[in-house]
Design a protein. Sequence first.
Length: 359
Amino acid sequence: MKKIIFVIVIIGLVVGGFVLVKNKKRDLASKPALEEFALNGKIYTPKNENIQLISQALATVKSDNKISFSSKLPLRIVSMKTIGEKVRKGGLLIELDSSDIMNDITNVELDIQSAKTDLVSKSLQVRTLEENHQRSLKLYKVGAISTEQIANEKVAIANMQSSKKSAEARIEILQNKKIQLQNLLSYTKFYAPFDGVVSEQNGQIGEITTPYKPLIVFANEKKKYLELTLPSTINPKGIRYKGDIVSLQKLPTAKNSMNQYISKEFTIDETIDANINIELLLYNDKGYFFPNDTFLQVNNKNYLLVYLNGKVTKKEIEFVMCGNEGCVVKEDMSGLKILQAKPDVMLKALSGMKIAIKG
């Protein structure tokens, strides 16, 4: 009995499968054939107009108006502005430990006061000796004192006058020493001569300075320009900074097929020695602009696909200049209809596939 049931089930499955296959074939036969696949693209019509071609480049913010500050003595750094820090005119840049110099000045002032006191004493002694000598001369005339005493008084006066001059000379030497110390004291504090920024820093707070070695370099923030290094194949027309066109000057030096350019001085937000991305102006004139998706590059040659009656024909073209978003030509391109599409679509269109134009 079980065998009979099993055979009946098998027969039912076979018959059911046959019926399903037959119905599927009938359904497929009743459907229409698939439509021919069409490529999607747009038509681009070039116009003769003013064009600015832009490319990205790297520039460095520079300033020729720089001042270097250094110490004349090995002194400890008390405070120092750090690199990139902006300081207004008159602001403190560096302060060095001046305690030893101040002590020396105090000691010299005490020595000057002592020397002045000594000078007053010597001057008084000279005047006293001279007055006594005048009285002695009157007595000598009447024979009251000897010639030897007159001679001794003259020697004493000369010696005291010499001591007085030595005291005066000592005061002058001490005053010059004080001036020198005060001059050294002026090298313990450095102030900003203009609004600017610290572009270089050598040393840290607490370190002992090396005499005449630059501690910081301070640059003028209001006199900044940009410096660029570009391949010799690029002939820039300027740069675009915050919407404004800034002219460039080519420097006479060149190295490794690279040219150097500098801009004029203008207002730059970034700090000195900062590297910034800028928009390089490659073309600024009339011409016909072609976006990157309107031409093909094959074997280092450029081609446009001219559209007419649903088909395209290849036209070789030489661009005057290319930028980030496309290229430009000078020759007359008016009236042409150019296929605008992805590269793979262009290649398929050239092989004869049908094109569906949008817009």
